[in-house]
Write a protein that binds this ligand. Structure first.
Ligand code: DSN
Length: 399
């Protein structure tokens, strides 16, 4: 590179990644092909609109690329294009979720999402997010004893509040979600069911976690977590679900979502990013990726169990996914999440501090840390490595 300053920073970041262990549950390591597509000349192209309906000329390759990316997304999750559509233009998870709200829920209407402390995401209606300012969040949480979703409690809230949309799928909830139960709950009040599968999309693709598609109306996902692609997002929606327009026409969720992404929220899509997503989707559609996804979950289960055996409180007592939430504070008998993540970083283990259910501290210095096994499994880690890692984490935190 001619720009030596940036070249140096890129090299330093490469070295940092090489020297450290990332247990950040939302990170992964992409293939060279994904990086190549990201750095391709598609970055030079403006493509506002959708294939066949663009505002700029010169789209013979971008149209093919976007259609191919959509085909691969539907194929990976075993969806027929008669029933499902996918939008591949959302720049990342937050704009993807915001686009769904803009498409399907009127400002001020109620959206039910899990609260942040219990494992929800900011865009599930938290007050600091636009989703909590424009729409009315009805929060739900986890049972205080099991630290798992209490479906009866969710049902009770829904009967009283009658939300327009219910969101399931979380950022810090380690357990399997019962999508069938959520469908029944949504049907009890005619709500739209949106699943944000950002964290476990790769596990669904690899058949290591239940698929939400049989039950959901809309499914959003980022592409860079367990799915192991570039930073981007996908929005899947049912073509046969409709809303009535102001003129009285029936418009499908898919059409409404496309309009909300562009021109509603975004301008030109990042075609280099779409190229890289397409590469990642093909990589995930393979026996090797299925093996990877299963190993991610096996590794997480071993890491959680070992940490538990070493005396750490694991939220919900374990995991069914790539994600583990550790209560490091343990009612003042341990250390805070900030302190724990600082100590680990000094020893080359990178994690994020995290709030936990019944949090008594603040998001900047919460009671726990979140761990994930997607990245290290990409690097070849197996169960025996997790046993060693748990011991190392324990030694560092108890120093
Ligand atoms: N920041 C992501 C995560 O770490 O879960 C969610 O957007």
């Amino acid at each position: 590179m001619k720009d030596k300053q940036i070249e140096r920073l890129i090299k330093q970041e490469e070295l940092r990644q090489k020297k450290t262990i990332s247990l950040i549950a939302s990170e992964n390591y992409v293939s060279d092909d994904v990086l190549k597509a990201m750095g391709s000349k598609f970055t030079n192209k403006y493509s506002e609109g959708y294939p066949g309906k663009r505002y700029y000329k010169g789209q013979e390759n971008t149209d093919k690329l976007e259609d191919l990316c959509k085909d691969r997304a539907l194929k990976l999750f075993k969806l027929s294009n008669e029933k499902w559509a996918v939008n591949v233009q959302a720049l990342s998870g937050s704009p993807a979720n915001l686009s769904v709200y803009l498409a399907l829920v009127k400002p001020g209407e109620k959206v039910m999402g899990m609260s942040l402390n219990n494992g929800g995401h900011l865009t599930h209606g938290h007050k600091v997010s636009a989703t909590g300012k424009i729409w009315n969040q009805i929060p739900y949480g986890v049972n205080k004893d099991t630290e798992m979703i209490d479906y009866e409690e969710v049902k009770r809230i829904v009967i009283v509040e009658k939300p327009k949309m219910i969101i399931t799928g979380y950022t810090a909830y380690p357990r399997i979600v019962d999508f069938k139960k959520f469908r029944e709950i949504a049907d009890s009040c005619g709500a739209i069911l949106m699943v944000d599968m950002s964290h476990f999309a790769g596990l669904v693709a690899g058949e290591a976690y239940p698929s939400p598609f049989e039950y959901a109306d809309v499914v959003t996902t980022t592409t860079h977590k367990t799915l192991r692609g570039p930073r981007s997002a996908l929005i899947f929606s049912r073509k046969d679900k409709t809303q009535t327009s102001e003129k009285g026409n029936q418009i499908s969720f898919s059409e409404l979502i496309d309009k909300a992404v562009f021109p509603g929220l975004q301008g030109g899509p990042h075609m280099n990013q779409i190229a890289a997503v397409a590469v990642a989707l093909k990589e995930a559609d393979s026996p090797a990726f299925k093996k990877y996804a299963k190993q991610v979950v096996k590794n997480a289960k071993v890491l959680a169990e070992e940490l538990k055996n070493l005396g750490w409180k694991i939220i919900s007592s374990g995991t069914d996914s790539h994600l583990i939430l550790v209560d490091t504070w343990m009612n003042g008998k341990g250390i805070s999440g900030e302190e724990a993540s600082n100590r680990l970083e000094k020893e080359g283990i990178v994690v994020n501090k995290n709030t936990i259910p019944k949090e008594t501290r603040s998001p900047m210095d919460p009671s726990g840390i979140r761990l994930g096994t997607a990245g290290e499994t990409t690097r070849g880690a197996k169960e025996k490595d997790m046993i060693k890692l748990a011991k190392r984490i324990n030694d560092i935190l108890r120093k």
